[in-house]
Design a protein around this ligand. Structure first.
Ligand SMILES: [Zn+2]
Length: 220
C-alpha cells in the first residue's frame, strides 16, 4: 500500500488531486517579478548555460510557468497566505540586500521579525513550489510536502537556505535535483534553487526511509 507517495494525474491538481478549475502556477509570483523588473525583461539562465543568459520577455514566457496545474481552491484559500508571506519575505530580503546587510541571522533565519504563523507560511510557499517541480519532472505527489503546502499539516518538511549569490541582475529558476544515497538509486533529497537578483533561495526536502523505499518501489 502506498502511504507517502502518490501518482500524479497531469489533469489534476498537484496538491490535492482535484480536477476543478486548474491553472498553471508561476515559478516567480507576478508581484515579485514586478518588484524586480518593473515592465522590463529579466535575464533568465537556461539549463546549465551561465554564459549566454536567455531573455524571457515577460511573465507569459513559458520559463516562468510550471507545466503542472493547481486547482482554484488550492490556489486561493489554501495557499494565498503562503504567497503573501513569501512576498513579504522577499521585500525584506531585497531591502537588506540593497543595504548590504546580512539576510539571515546566526541561526540562518530571515533577519527581520517574523511571526511563527508567517514563518510556517513561508515554508508552505516553498513546499508548494517543490510539489510543482517534482510533478514537472515526472515525479509523484509526496504527501508530506503536499499536506504541508495546503496547510493540512504543521510539520514542516522543507529546509530553506537564504543567501546572497552576487548575481544582482539575474533571475534564475533552477532545475529540480535529486540526491541519491551513496551513489545508488535511492533518492534521499530533492532540491532546487531560485535566484532573484542577488538573493538565493535554496529549498529542499529530505526523504524519510519509508518515502525513499516507496519511491524506489513505485518510481524506479
Ligand atoms: Zn488542489
Amino acid at each position: 500500500m502506498k502511504i507517502s507517495v502518490e501518482e500524479i494525474d497531469p489533469k489534476r491538481c498537484v496538491l490535492c488531486g482535484s480536477a476543478e478549475k486548474l491553472s498553471g502556477e508561476h515559478k516567480v509570483k507576478a508581484s515579485i517579478f514586478k518588484l524586480e523588473n518593473g515592465s522590463g525583461a529579466a535575464y533568465f539562465l537556461g539549463k546549465g548555460d551561465c554564459f549566454r543568459p536567455k531573455i524571457a520577455q515577460s511573465l507569459k514566457s513559458k520559463e516562468y510557468h510550471f507545466d503542472s496545474k493547481i486547482c482554484a481552491t488550492c490556489n486561493s484559500d489554501r495557499t494565498q497566505n503562503a504567497d503573501r508571506a513569501f512576498h513579504n519575505l522577499h521585500v525584506h530580503m531585497r531591502k537588506l540586500y540593497d543595504a548590504e546587510k546580512p539576510l539571515t541571522d546566526s541561526s540562518y533565519r530571515p533577519n527581520y521579525r517574523v511571526s511563527l504563523d508567517e514563518e510556517r507560511d513561508i515554508f508552505r510557499y516553498f513546499a508548494k513550489l517543490l510539489c510543482c517541480y517534482i510533478a514537472d519532472s515526472g515525479g509523484p505527489r509526496l504527501t508530506r510536502i503536499a499536506s504541508y503546502a495546503m496547510g493540512m499539516s504543521n510539520l514542516n518538511p522543507i529546509n530553506l537556505k537564504i543567501s546572497s549569490d552576487g548575481f544582482s541582475d539575474i533571475i534564475k529558476m533552477g532545475e529540480v535535483e535529486f540526491a541519491f544515497q551513496g551513489g545508488g538509486r535511492t533518492v534521499t533529497q530533492i532540491q532546487t534553487t531560485h535566484n532573484l537578483k542577488g538573493i538565493q533561495y535554496h529549498f529542499s526536502f529530505s526523504l524519510g526511509i519509508f518515502e525513499s523505499a516507496e519511491l524506489d518501489c513505485f518510481y524506479p
